[in-house]
Design a protein around this ligand. Structure first.
Ligand SMILES: *[C@@H]1O[C@H](CO)[C@@H](O)[C@H](O)[C@H]1NC(C)=O
Length: 95
């Protein structure tokens, strides 16, 4: 009898641990990976940038440190250390 209760307790405990760890896994590996910049462009693309805001991206995983500008064809990932990027961001607002 005692053994049975003990094994049920253990089973419940392991189910609990299992749920928690799978929750943690889901949070660490979301199904939908947000778009990010795997590389940056260094060349002067000032002429292609539209709008008045930019976004900063921190390096994480496959993503590199980048400044994200808007262009007519989508987002442009730029090198935060490039002079043209510094010139542009100085004139723009951080989104
Ligand atoms: C980048 O190009 C723009 C014009 O397209 C120019 O005004 C600017 O001075 C250039 N910046 C650099 C750092 O070469």
């Amino acid at each position: 009898m005692t053994v049975k209760i003990l094994s049920i307790t253990l089973l419940l405990l392991s189910v609990c641990v299992c749920c928690h760890s799978s929750e943690g896994t889901r949070r660490r590996h979301p199904g939908r990976i947000p778009p990010c910049c795997p590389a940056v462009t260094k060349g002067n693309r000032t002429a292609e940038v539209v709008g008045e805001t930019y976004r900063e991206q921190a390096a994480s995983g496959r993503c590199v440190k980048a400044i994200i500008f808007n262009t007519e064809y989508g987002q442009l990932c730029a090198d935060p250390d490039a002079q043209w990027v510094k010139d542009l961001t100085a004139k723009m607002k951080k989104a």
